[in-house]
Each structure stands twice: as C-alpha cells, then as structure tokens.
Write a protein that binds this ligand. Structure first.
Ligand SMILES: [Fe+2]
Length: 230
C-alpha cells in the first residue's frame, strides 16, 4: 500500500496545523461556501460532500492512517465535486441517462475542481486526491486512466466513500438503493472499480457489528462524528 513517508506527512501536518490561523480559517469557510453552492445547483446531492467526508474518515481510521493524513483526506472529500460548478445545469440535473456528449461534459469536473483550488497553495496536497477520485483500480476510470496503486491512496479512499453515499441516496435519475443491495453491488467491483483491500476494510467498518461498537462508544466519538458532518 503506497503511503507517504513519515517525513512528508509531518511537512503536510505542519502546514495544515496553520489552519488555526484566521486567514486559513477564512480559506476553509470560503471553500465550504463553494461546496454549498455546488450542491445547491443539484439539490439531490445536498450533504453529499460531507457524507463522503464522514465515510472517508471512517475508512481511513479503520486503516490506521495517521491523523494528519486523515485531515487532508477529509478536506479532499469535502472538495471532491466542487468542479461541478463548471458543469452545465441541464446536464447536472438531467432526469435520465446521459448522452455520450453529456457524459464527456460531466467527466470534466475533476479538472475544473483542480482549476478552482490550484490558486490556493494551502490546498495543494488535496489536489491529487480530488483529481483522481473517478479513477478505477483496473485502469478504466478518468481523467488519466491510472491503475492500482498508481492512483493516490486518498483518491482510492474517496472513490469508495463517494460511490457508497451516491448509491444509498436518491438522485434526479433514480431512487436510493438499500444498503444491502449497495454492498452487494460494490463487492462485485473489488479489483475492478475499487481497491479490493480498502473495500474489504470499508465493508467491515460499516457492518452492523462495527456500528454497534461505535454506538456504544464514548461521547467523544459522537462529538467527532458531528464535527465531520456539520
Ligand atoms: Fe465526482
């Protein structure tokens, strides 16, 4: 599993620790406003970015990743679809299958997201995760057709959280699937769409037993979940 070295993680952490400074708080608040705007254009996706953050953090914690790296993944999850601001509204909320041309338009959103975020140097480490959240483990995804562990780890995590939340939610073109059906669908994609190792950890972490363990956890754990979803 490709994980950045401890030294690199420390550098990233030091930079993100500066988020306590007012200017960086202002950055974060502006980004939240952008995400809200993107979600308002497609009301069915309201809350999606924050749900993806919640599931990404859950998976990352169960993988035992460093806290500092999880913070970056959380930001990347919140921002992952911000590029949809650049997609035409009639395509974004279309009630039915997309034409080839429309799908090509949708596929531009990771690139648009990078263009929006790139001028903010503070978010540089988030960019590879955002850019590659639609890559498939078998190399059939977009924008670059990356394969396996060439796909940044954060992007492989986002891909699982993104699809899970999308499928358990209603969209303009279909109703929500039950969790049982979603997990069956996703299991079939292990090694194809998703990193099989990460998928297994995700499925274990949202199992009823794991939920029970978290439910009987401390208030601290509940507060942590709230801070992710608010
Ligand atoms: Fe996306």
């Amino acid at each position: 599993m490709h994980i950045e070295t401890t030294k690199k993680l420390k550098q990233i952490y030091d930079r993100f620790s500066e988020s306590t400074k007012p200017i960086h708080r202002a950055y974060l608040e502006s980004i939240h406003a952008l995400v809200k705007f993107a979600e308002m254009r497609d009301p069915c996706t309201k809350g999606h970015s924050f749900n993806v953050a919640r599931y990404s953090v859950l998976l990352s914690e169960n993988m035992g990743l460093a806290k500092s790296y999880i913070e970056i993944i959380k930001l990347a999850a919140i921002l992952h679809d911000v590029g949809k601001i650049g997609i035409k509204e009639n395509v974004l909320v279309k009630n039915g299958p997309l034409t080839k041309k429309e799908y090509a338009e949708v596929k531009k959103h990771p690139g648009f997201g990078v263009r929006i975020i790139k001028p903010l140097r503070f978010f540089n480490d988030v960019i590879p995760m955002m850019k590659h959240h639609h890559e498939n483990y078998d190399g059939t995804g977009y924008p670059d057709g990356l394969k396996g562990e060439d796909i940044p780890l954060g992007a492989r995590i986002l891909a699982i959280a993104d699809v899970y939340d999308a499928l358990v939610s209603t969209r303009s073109y279909r109703k929500a699937f039950s969790e049982k059906v979603v997990l069956e669908m996703m299991k079939k994609e292990g090694g194809k769409k998703f990193d099989p190792e990460l998928l297994k950890i995700f499925i274990d972490s949202i199992s009823p037993k794991a939920r029970e363990r978290r439910g009987s956890g401390s208030n601290k754990n509940r507060q942590k979940q709230q801070s992710i979803s608010r």
